[in-house]
Design a protein around this ligand. Structure first.
Ligand SMILES: O=C(O)c1cc(C(=O)O)c2c(n1)C(=O)C(=O)c1cc(C(=O)O)[nH]c1-2
Ligand SMILES: [Ca+2]
Length: 551
């Protein structure tokens, strides 16, 4: 079968993947989340049916894409399991189970997938290790401690593999860590470089901090970066500042809530763009920007596109040396920004909606933002960006100065004080939005009256936009041009994971993991508690679903 003849994942295959495979987080290094497959399309998707399913036996948030390399599928689950399956039949080849320490506290019990390189796989774990596995057998090849889980340092992302380097970034923004991105040699696990997302003494940007705040200032880096193969630049998103209220860390706080451009050979920061300064809302901007060639104002340029957690849809220009602001607009209601400085791209904050010490401050959107980590997609056919947005949510908390205890939550507020509120008159929450990034116009949107939208989006050349993300357990396909709902299927649980498209022996499949948990669950609990009449029972438990068109 396919695993005996496992196809090594070469640099050339990652740079230019076969249309039928999905080997990187968003399929391609540019992060577009787009599949060129079109056998399943707007005409025949109505005949799409499940062909096999696979129960993982694990609860909590199943966020990883089912990766496919020439007929072999790899999925990961919360609690650090990796399962290899036959992508055509659903038969299991092997399963790896991480043994997690008894005293591990998982604020975000999840995993977003394994990195693929040659005949190996790389798993980043919530007990803060990086583990290399043999792709054919699941045997452990090496196991490196990245940092110390006892200090609130953990890993949830899929590693990014570039030129034989396994690149990961740490979580821990809610525990007062100092964030970093680190590269290991794919062969032997040797650490090659480590770049902190908060500059140390003597480094550029250090003066955007005062005193010792930088040592515990957050800036976690918990999502996979994107990669420009032409300029050899990795774009990596950086998380919230810690603790949350900005008054506890005065200054712009580079490089929190920013994108940094890294040289993958050395880890050197080439340039950066900070989406918003002195973050006070837990607005991690970790979802890496998409690399898209854009035409706008009569010229074509290489862009970075990032629909932000800060409610701003960012369009930037990337050059080998710089990242320039091009345009930004709000894509959901916010009362935090009064505008954006046109030259610099600096958002102008309304102090009335910026959390502070000793007084409750409310702000919109909520601390989950206009869009959290679930990825947007870009279709090369329609040239639209599809955003899993949340409208009509607000939040708030009272800032408080609390001592840092390593390994314990350090939010700058009491956890029970964090609110999710609904704007008066709200008639929906989740919004699947289609934007034309060149004109800045919204093309269509589909509203969800009774649910948040908390799942990654994938676009295909069949003009389909695929997404789960709602509390009714549905998996849906929309028409990429019009937004028409073309197909839906109820699944076992809610879907927060990433849909993929792949092909084996001439047949196209669509796959996704259903498995509710983590922050989709937290928003759900907050909504149900608010007596909004919303669904409060979204059963947990992971299942891989694979679909094809009935012949
Ligand atoms: O600051 C951090 O280090 C950090 C890490 C993570 C994570 O690793 O999943 C999340 C967040 N923050 C976060 O703010 C957040 O809303 C969130 C949602 C989820 C999820 O898996 O649904 N993870 C995380
Ligand atoms: Ca965070």
């Amino acid at each position: 079968g396919p695993i005996e003849n496992y196809s090594p994942v070469t640099p050339a295959r990652l740079e230019n993947p076969e249309p039928g495979n999905w080997m990187l987080y968003r399929r391609t290094y540019d992060g577009q989340g787009y599949s060129p497959l079109d056998q399943i399309n707007t005409t025949n998707v109505k005949n799409m049916v499940p062909v096999w399913t696979f129960a993982t036996g694990v609860i909590e948030g199943h966020e990883a894409p089912p990766l496919v390399n020439n007929g072999v599928m790899f999925i990961t689950t919360p609690m650090g399991q990796v399962i290899a399956l036959n992508a055509k039949t659903g038969d299991q080849y092997w399963r790896y189970k991480r043994e997690l320490p008894e005293d591990l506290f998982q604020l975000h019990p999840t995993n977003r997938g394994v990195g693929l390189w040659q005949d190996k796989l790389y798993l980043a774990t919530t007990d803060d290790h990086l583990v290399a596995l043999d792709a054919k057998t699941g045997k452990v090849l090496w196991d490196k401690k990245v940092q110390d889980y006892k200090k609130g340092q953990y890993l949830t992302l899929m590693p990014l593999i570039v030129d034989g380097k396994v690149i990961v970034g740490g979580s821990g923004g809610e525990f007062g860590v100092r964030g970093y991105v680190v590269a290991y040699d794919a062969e032997d696990g040797k650490e090659l470089w480590r770049t902190f997302t908060i500059p140390g003494e003597g480094e550029p940007g250090h003066d955007t901090w005062s005193g010792d705040d930088w040592k515990s200032g957050g800036g976690s880096a918990w999502m996979t970066g994107t990669y420009d193969t032409d300029t050899k630049t990795v774009y990596w998103g950086v998380g919230n500042a810690a603790p949350w209220p900005g008054g506890l860390h005065p200054g712009d706080n580079l490089y929190t809530s920013s994108v940094i451009a890294l040289d993958p050979a050395t880890g050197k920061i080439k340039t950066h763009f900070q989406y918003h300064q002195n973050d006070s809302w837990d607005w991690d901007e970790v979802d890496a920007p998409m690399l898209v060639d854009l035409q706008r104002d009569g010229r074509s340029f290489k862009s970075l596109i990032h629909p932000g957690r800060d409610a701003i849809f960012w369009v930037l220009e990337r050059t080998p040396e710089r990242i320039n602001y091009v345009n930004g607009w709000t894509f959901v209601h916010t009362d935090v920004w009064k505008g954006i400085e046109p030259e610099t791209g600096r958002p102008i904050v309304d102090p009335a909606h910026k959390p502070t010490l000793g007084k409750r401050v409310d702000f919109c959107p909520s601390l989950w933002g206009g869009k959290d980590w679930p990825s947007a997609a870009y279709s090369q056919k329609t040239r639209f960006v599809y955003v899993p947005a949340n409208e009509n949510f607000c939040g708030g908390f009272t800032g408080e100065k609390l001592p840092l205890v390593p390994g314990q939550l350090w939010l700058g507020t009491k956890a029970e004080d964090i609110g999710l509120t609904v704007r008066p008159g709200a008639d929906h929450f989740g919004e699947l939005q289609a934007w034309d990034p060149a004109s800045g116009k919204k093309v269509w949107s589909h509203n969800f009256p009774k649910s948040q939208l908390f799942g990654s989006v994938t676009a295909t050349a069949g003009d389909l936009v695929l997404v789960g993300g709602t509390n009714d357990r549905m998996f849906r396909a929309f028409h990429a041009k019009t937004g028409e709902l073309l197909w839906e299927q109820k699944t076992n649980s809610g879907i927060m994971g990433m849909p993929v498209a792949y092909e084996v022996d001439g047949t196209q499949y669509i796959a996704v993991q259903s498995g509710w948990g983590v922050d989709a669950q937290r928003i759900q609990d907050a909504l149900a508690k608010g007596n909004t009449g919303l669904e409060d029972n979204v059963p947990q438990g992971g299942v891989v679903w694979v679909f094809a068109v009935k012949k």
